[in-house]
Write a protein that binds this ligand. Structure first.
Ligand code: UD1
Ligand code: CA
Length: 453
């Protein structure tokens, strides 16, 4: 595969998506369509593919930079016109692999087989095809016996041609020189007034060039995303692939039908995922952890043996053997060391909670450092924001924060220090001291009877 260039067409607007986002930037299992295609290309060992960009090029360029080279198609005059833009890059190239940025389910093994067949047969072009029960909208493969004759777009097809179930997936291999030559001969004579890439097959036929097809057994791979409905179809198929993969790797999914796992999530053997759970982004879960039910984690790490239930967390690190939830909310910058407990109705943001510390109920902990085995009483609030700036709260190892304490930051509570329940702490508390900040309790005897007189 040394003399091969891969070209991904991604300049179209994707009108049928009805979106301000270019079509290939829509997400499938947490990754853009174009990233899925580039991943497949990378997996067959092809480096630095060319991506043709046009509509919404800035966003696409920003997302693919570093792994692909972009070529601009200023006006989107069709797939044939798109490939014309890369002609200067095809000088002396033997094989040109053309892919569509809107076909994210294509598997690397299929791509590999297509390239191999194309190169061993020594033909001018090989089309990846599929049989579809509902071929509506796809280009149809017209054959004479086994021999490819042409590809006809839905809008140009006769009624008879529309009955054909073998479709063009939009993925092809071309002999570089033949492609270059044929592209100079295509026209705008079709229903859409575009330069169709598929018209090069008409040119090949006229010139007596050899053409071939390779049909994938899995028609799902051919799904092209043109609408939101096709995007949802692809999401369902891809999700099933991901869930199957993790079950094969030794993960228990108690209810796959209510489990959503993004493409880049990493799980480990003996992880258990309970129903209604969504794992997003670059989340990683270690062995024996139990996640869910009803938990949503985005870009989080969960250590071995931890339990996270009814929780929402984003950009958080949960150590080993922690208990989080039910009803916890961990925001970016939360770091829990081992054996930390975060209980019900607790929100934590940008805070480091050391080993064995507990925040069991009804607290807000923001911009704080909580030492080892410290206990944070119910209803404790770090008052980290004075309306202008955020300040830090530091709580020493083994400190005991009484229930309903307000910690007005910046403030420090030393090791083994104690705060009385209901105190508003505005001054630092030395190690091992008790700080109480509340008025003395007053008892008025027989108050009820006096009041009644
Ligand atoms: C195309 C094929 C059709 C095939 C189908 C498979 C043609 C003429 N038709 O149709 O035979 O069955 O894909 O999904 O090729 N693009 C550009 N520049 C353009 C136009 C399109 O880069 O000027 C890109 C799009 O961004 C997209 C890809 O090419 O990623 C395919 O274009 P699209 O308009 O979706 O083609 P289809 O109508 O689906
Ligand atoms: Ca398409």
């Amino acid at each position: 595969m040394s003399n091969l260039v891969a070209v991904v067409m991604a300049a179209g607007k994707g009108t049928r998506m009805k979106s301000k986002l270019p079509k290939v930037m829509h997400l499938l299992a947490g990754k853009t369509l174009i990233e899925h295609v580039l991943d497949t290309v990378t997996q067959v060992g092809i480096e630095r593919p060319l991506v043709i960009v046009g509509h919404g090029r800035e966003v696409i360029e920003a997302s693919v930079c570093g792994r692909a080279e972009t070529v601009v198609q200023t006006e989107q005059l069709g797939t044939g016109h798109a490939i014309m833009q890369v002609l200067p890059y095809l000088e002396g190239v033997q094989t040109v692999l053309v892919l569509s940025g809107d076909q994210p389910l294509l598997k690397p093994e299929t791509l590999h087989a297509l390239i191999e067949l194309h190169e061993t047969q020594g033909v001018s072009a090989t089309v990846l095809t599929a049989y579809m029960d509902q071929p509506f909208g796809y280009g149809r493969i017209i054959k004479n016996g086994d021999q490819l004759v042409k590809i006809v777009e839905e809008k140009d097809a006769t009624l008879d041609e529309r009955q054909i179930n073998e479709i063009n997936t939009g993925t092809y291999c071309f002999k570089g020189s033949a492609l270059k030559d044929a592209l100079t001969k295509i026209t705008l004579q079709n229903a859409q007034g575009e330069y169709y890439l598929t018209e090069v097959f008409d040119v090949f036929l006229r010139h007596g060039e050899k053409m071939s097809t390779y049909c994938t057994a899995d028609s799902q791979e051919a799904l092209g995303i043109n609408s939101r409905s096709q995007l949802a179809d692809a999401e369902a198929i891809f999700r099933e692939r991901i869930l199957e993969h993790w079950m094969n790797e030794g993960v228990t999914l108690v209810d796959p039908s209510s489990t959503f796992i993004d493409a880049e999530v990493e799980l480990t053997q003996d992880v258990t995922i309970l129903p209604f759970t969504r794992l997003m982004g670059k989340t990683r879960i270690e062995e024996d952890a139990v996640i869910g039910p009803q938990t949503s984690l985005e870009n989080c790490t969960v250590g071995c043996g931890s339990e996270v239930t009814y929780t929402v967390a984003k950009d958080a690190v949960i150590g080993e053997r922690c208990h989080v939830g039910p009803f916890a909310y961990l925001r970016p910058g939360t770091k829990l060391e081992a054996e930390v407990k975060v209980g019900d109705f607790v929100e934590i943001k940008n805070s480091w909670i050391e080993t064995g510390a507990k925040v069991p109920h009804l607290s807000y902990i923001g911009d704080a450092h909580i030492g080892k085995s410290a206990n944070i009483g119910a209803g404790t609030i770090t008052c980290n924001y004075d309306g202008v700036k955020k300040s830090l709260t530091t709580i020493g190892d083994y400190a005991f924060i009484g229930s309903n304490t307000n910690l007005v930051a910046p403030v420090e509570v030393g090791e083994h220090a104690v705060t009385g329940a209901g105190s508003t702490i505005t001054k630092n508390v030395p190690a091992e001291a008790l700080a109480v900040e509340r008025s003395q309790q007053v008892i008025k005897e027989h108050w009820y009877r006096k009041k009644m007189k």
